[in-house]
Design a protein around this ligand. Structure first.
Ligand code: NAD
Length: 346
């Protein structure tokens, strides 16, 4: 079923408000989920609304957020999210990083004791919309073993980098550091098909193409083997360690309703105008983009894409046509509407 972004946003906001979230915060949380769905990243869209609300109702996420500036210097700051919603902490951290970059050329802000903040792209784009470069990282509960290991110690820590161009879209890389999301392994198991090599390992850490082996005590694998593992480790260092927050095995799963999660974020903003005229940067970034777009294609390939481009074009269409919501997510949202006694989506 396709649902208009306005209707979906109204529904999500009213659910969050019913759970005690102030309206302006509910709108921020909602917008990041709608943006994810519109961009085709359903794993971070409204399918997360029920778990966010469950965590709010269990007082694992603050309903009314409280973000404390723990330490601040000219171009840097450390925030304590005090277990507020990740979207509110992430937004505040990026806003501060932008303000600092406006004044000092660069802004670096860490945040600890936050929660799942949705898609990293949302925050990186806040910087590129101001003609700056945004670099965003977050840690997550551990999902992946180190190279050669058979124990979950690193999250699939997202990393996003956005840079302005003079083209239709900014350059935007937004990725998890696992080869694929666990959801794709679950999808393959349901379809009864093997997963490609490199997606996961069994409980002994041995590479496997059997989705059930990954799901029954196994692991998803870092993107690009030891390089992805190394990147995930460094993201964990810049988020959990540099913020003074939790990291690795200290972080419980989002679906564990007995414990708070202390997620950390890292926001770095570079003010392009401290390096060169902004229009020149955007022209050069567009020139780089055109080298990529116009590169010789491999046989059978119709078009080459820049990072972010596929998601931007899906988003453009869906803002007009609405967002396809799967039957299983719709069922969950119906149950949520009943429990919270808010008008449903039907
Ligand atoms: N908050 C969290 O804890 C958390 C954790 C993990 C992931 N995430 C989010 O999940 C989302 C999905 O991550 P993912 O790694 O599955 O994304 P993905 O694999 O779909 O895409 C990764 C990147 O590759 C680019 N890309 C994909 N196909 C391309 C092609 N054919 N040509 C050129 N570029 C291409 C995309 O534009 C994107 O920038 C991201 O938004 C990420 O921020 C969040």
């Amino acid at each position: 079923m396709e649902i208009s972004t306005t209707k979906l946003a109204e529904f999500s906001t009213s659910c969050l408000v019913k759970a005690g979230v102030p309206e302006h915060e509910a709108e921020i949380i909602t917008n990041t989920m709608i943006e994810a769905d519109a961009r085709g990243i359903h794993s971070h869209g409204v399918m997360r609304l029920p778990i966010y609300i469950e965590r709010i109702q269990n007082e694992l996420i603050r309903s009314v957020s409280k973000v404390i500036v723990e330490q601040e210097n000219k171009a840097t700051a450390m925030l304590d999210g005090t277990f507020s919603a990740g979207q509110i902490v992430g937004t505040k951290a990026m806003e501060m990083a932008i303000e600092k970059a406006e004044e000092y050329g660069v802004g670096v802000v860490t945040a600890k004791n936050s929660n799942h903040f949705g898609i990293a792209a949302h925050y990186a784009l806040m910087a590129s919309k101001k003609d700056m470069i945004g670099i965003v990282m977050s840690n997550t509960a551990p999902l992946m073993p180190p190279t050669g290991g058979a124990e979950k110690v690193l999250g699939n820590n997202p990393l996003a980098i956005a840079a302005p161009t003079n083209g239709k879209y900014p350059l935007l890389l937004d990725m998890a550091l696992s080869n694929v999301a666990l959801g794709k392994v679950i999808f393959s198991q349901k379809k009864g098909i093997a997963i490609p090599e490199g997606w996961g390992a069994d409980q002994n850490g041995k590479a496997t193409t059997d989705p059930s082996a990954v799901l029954n005590g196994g692991f998803i694998s870092p993107v690009g083997g030891p390089k992805g593992f190394g990147l995930a480790l460094m993201v964990e260092t810049l988020t959990g360690v540099l913020s003074g927050g939790d990291f690795s095995k200290m972080i419980p799963s989002m679906y564990d309703l007995t414990q708070k999660q202390s997620i950390s974020h890292f926001m770095l903003v570079i003010n392009v105008s401290y390096f060169m005229d902004v229009e020149r940067f955007k022209d050069l970034a567009s020139m780089l983009s055109s080298y990529v777009k116009n590169a010789v294609k491999a046989s059978g390939v119709d078009e080459l894409y820049l990072p972010g481009e596929i998601e931007f074009s899906i988003e453009e269409k869906r803002m007009q046509s609405g967002i396809p919501i799967s039957d299983s997510v719709l069922d969950e949202l119906r149950k949520l509407a009943e429990t919270l006694q808010v008008p449903g989506l039907d």
